[in-house]
Design a protein around this ligand. Structure first.
Ligand SMILES: C[C@@]1(CC(=O)O)C2=NC(=C\c3[nH]c(c(CCC(=O)O)c3CC(=O)O)Cc3[nH]c(c(CC(=O)O)c3CCC(=O)O)/C=C3\N/C(=C\2)[C@@H](CCC(=O)O)[C@]3(C)CC(=O)O)/[C@H]1CCC(=O)O
Ligand SMILES: NC(=O)c1ccc[n+]([C@@H]2O[C@H](COP(=O)([O-])OP(=O)(O)OC[C@H]3O[C@@H](n4cnc5c(N)ncnc54)[C@H](O)[C@@H]3O)[C@@H](O)[C@H]2O)c1
Length: 310
C-alpha cells in the first residue's frame, strides 16, 4: 500500500482548458491538503488496482451545489428586512417572480425600493398559513426576526412538501445560501456548509481577485459561438464532433482573444468546423474583410511610387 500525502500551495490556475476542473485551488492564506491513498496488488506481473480506487473518493458531509433555474417561477419571501433584501437580489438576478409578505412598517429601505419599482409583489401583512396555498411556490424563504413563527412556517412547508430556507436555522433549511461572485454569465458560489459564513464571504472576495478581469465577457463570447455552432451543426448525431471542436476552440484562445472575437470572426471560425480544425487567432484575424483589404493594398504592384513623364 502506497500512501502519499501531498500538501501544496498554488495560485488559482485559470486557463480555459482547466477552469472546468478547478473549483478552488487554494493559495496563501488558504491552504489545501490532498491525501492520495493508492494500493496496488501485483498479479501475474501486472499491477492491478481495485475498481473503487480508480474513481473519485467520496467525501460525505457536503452540499449538492447546483445552479437552480427559477426563471419565471413564483418564489415566496417572508420578511422584509436586511436578510430578505439580500435574498431578493439573488432571486431577481435569477429572474424569479418574487412575492414578499411583510407589514409595510417592517420593510427596510432596499425592500421598499424593490416594491416601489414593482420588481416584487408586496403583501402588506404578517404571514398566514393560507399563503402557502396561494401559488405553486418553487421555494419559500423565511427571513423574519421571530424564531417561533419561523419554526411554524418551516413545519407547514414540510407538510406541504415545499422547499424552504429559514435564515440562520440550518436544521430548518432544505438548502443554504452561499456567498456569490457574479460577472455576467459567470457565477461562483462559496459554501462552508454552515461552518463559517463570514469566511465564505472572505474566500469569495479572494477568488474574485484572482480571476481574469474579462472572464465574464470571454464566457459570453464563447456562449454566442456555441449558439451559432448549433445553427451550423444542429443534428444530435453531430454531438461528439461539436463537443470535441468546442473543446479545441475553448483551449486554443486566450481570454483576451475570446473577448476580441467579433461576429465576423465567429462566422469565419465556423467555416473550420466542417474540416474539424481550429485556426490560430492571428490567422482568424487575418481573415477579416478589413485585413484582406489592407493586405491587397500592401501588395507590391510593380511601380516605385513615382511616375516619370508628362
Ligand atoms: C453566505 C451568506 C449568504 C446569504 O445569507 O446571502 C450566509 N450567511 C452570510 C453572512 C452571515 N451570516 C451570519 C453572519 C454573522 C457572523 C457569523 O455568525 O459567522 C454573517 C456574516 C456577516 O454578516 O458578515 C450569521 C449566521 N448565519 C447562519 C447562522 C446559523 C448558524 O451558524 O447556526 C448564523 C449565526 C446566528 C447566530 O449566531 O445567532 C447560517 C447560514 N448562513 C448562511 C449564508 C448559510 C451557510 C453559508 C455557508 O456555509 O457559508 C446558513 C447555514 C443558512 C442560510 O442562511 O442560508 C452570507 C454572506 C454573504 C456575503 O457577504 O457574501
Ligand atoms: N443568514 C444570514 O446571513 C443572516 C444574517 C443576519 C441575520 N440573520 C437572521 O435572519 C433573520 C432576519 O434578519 P434581518 O436582519 O433581516 O431582520 P430584520 O429585523 O431586519 O427583519 C425582520 C423582518 O421580518 C418581518 N417579520 C417579522 N415577523 C413577521 C411575520 N410573522 N410575517 C412577515 N414578516 C415578519 C419584520 O417586519 C421585518 O421586515 C433573523 O432571524 C436573523 O437572526 C441571518
Amino acid at each position: 500500500m502506497v500512501t502519499l500525502e501531498w500538501r501544496f500551495r498554488s495560485r488559482l490556475l485559470f486557463h480555459p482548458s482547466r477552469h472546468r476542473h478547478v473549483f478552488f485551488s487554494a493559495a496563501n492564506p488558504f491552504r489545501a491538503s490532498i491525501t492520495i491513498v493508492a494500493t496496488a496488488k501485483t498479479h501475474g506481473g501486472m499491477a492491478e488496482s481495485r475498481p473503487q480506487e480508480k474513481y473519485p473518493a467520496i467525501q460525505g458531509g457536503g452540499s449538492l451545489m447546483i445552479a437552480w433555474q427559477v426563471k419565471g417561477k413564483p418564489v415566496l419571501v417572508i420578511g422584509g428586512g436586511e436578510v430578505a433584501a439580500g435574498r431578493i437580489v439573488h432571486l431577481l438576478n435569477a429572474d424569479a417572480v418574487v412575492t414578499v409578505i411583510c407589514p409595510s412598517s417592517g420593510l427596510n429601505a432596499e425592500v421598499s425600493y424593490r416594491v416601489a419599482q414593482k420588481q416584487v409583489t408586496h403583501v402588506d401583512r404578517i404571514f398566514l398559513p393560507s399563503d402557502l396555498d396561494d401559488k405553486d411556490w418553487s421555494m419559500v424563504l423565511v427571513a423574519i426576526d421571530d424564531p417561533a413563527a419561523s419554526t411554524q412556517i418551516w413545519k407547514l412547508c414540510k407538510q406541504k412538501r415545499l422547499v424552504a430556507n429559514i435564515a440562520d436555522v440550518p436544521p430548518e433549511c432544505d438548502f443554504y445560501f452561499g456567498s456569490v461572485h457574479r460577472d455576467g454569465p459567470l457565477q461562483i458560489m462559496v459554501s462552508t456548509n454552515g461552518k463559517g459564513p463570514r469566511l465564505a464571504s472572505m474566500i469569495r472576495r479572494f477568488i474574485a481577485k484572482q480571476l481574469p478581469s474579462n472572464a465574464g465577457r470571454a464566457i459570453e463570447a464563447i456562449g454566442e459561438l456555441r449558439v451559432k455552432l448549433r445553427q451550423v451543426a444542429p443534428k444530435p448525431e453531430e454531438g461528439p464532433k461539436r463537443m470535441s471542436w468546442m473543446k479545441d476552440v475553448s483551449d486554443r484562445y486566450s481570454w483576451e482573444e475570446m473577448c476580441e472575437m467579433t461576429d465576423e470572426d465567429m462566422t469565419n471560425l465556423l467555416t473550420f468546423y466542417e474540416p474539424n480544425r481550429v485556426p490560430s487567432f492571428h490567422d482568424l484575424r487575418g481573415m477579416r474583410a478589413s485585413a484582406i483589404e489592407a493586405a491587397k493594398a500592401d501588395v507590391f504592384d510593380g511601380s516605385f511610387g513615382f511616375s516619370v513623364g508628362a
